[in-house]
Design a protein around this ligand. Structure first.
Ligand code: RB5
Length: 150
């Protein structure tokens, strides 16, 4: 899969570990930055990944900040993006199965690299197939369409 990934300073170390893991798994990883662990503003990096996911230039996005929360709030502002913050493997799986999350957000200050790798693997290998779940994803898109700035 084509996976775009970015972080802020709070997620920089975990991002590096995940890039290595994803590449080892055979995924095409697009590292959208930052290049150093200097302090940066997470919304800028959330937008970079979210725009690629929203435009379907990649299949999935991963965002890592200190908690994962800021990245998810920012990424969800981009049309077509369904970003979810997860802290365990079951929630990562559910984020795809029930919500078809196309961006996974992780907290670099609270998540060990092996767990993060397991969460990303679970999320990428799960599909959203249930009819009732698909219907609800459409309802989410309806909200986006009804509230879009004209
Ligand atoms: C940066 O200090 C921190 O606020 C950020 O990484 C993130 O946790 C925001 O949600």
């Amino acid at each position: 899969m084509r996976v775009a990934i970015a972080s802020d300073h709070g997620g920089f170390g975990l991002k590096r570990e995940l890039i290595f893991h994803l590449a080892q798994r055979g995924h095409e990883v697009h590292d959208l930055g930052p290049l150093t662990s200097d302090s940066v503003d997470y919304p800028a990096y959330a937008e970079l990944v979210a725009r690629q996911v929203g435009a379907r230039e990649v299949d999935a996005g991963v965002l890592v900040c200190g908690s994962g929360i800021g990245m998810s709030i920012a990424a969800n502002k981009v049309a077509g993006v369904r970003a979810a913050v997860v802290q365990d493997v079951e929630h990562a799986r559910l984020a795809r199965e029930h919500n078809d999350a196309n961006v996974l957000c992780l907290g670099g200050r609270f998540t060990a690299a092996p767990l993060a790798a397991d969460m990303v693997d679970a999320w990428l290998s799960t599909e959203c197939t249930g009819e009732r779940h698909r219907k609800r994803i459409t309802l989410i898109a309806d909200i986006e369409n009804r509230t879009a700035a004209s």
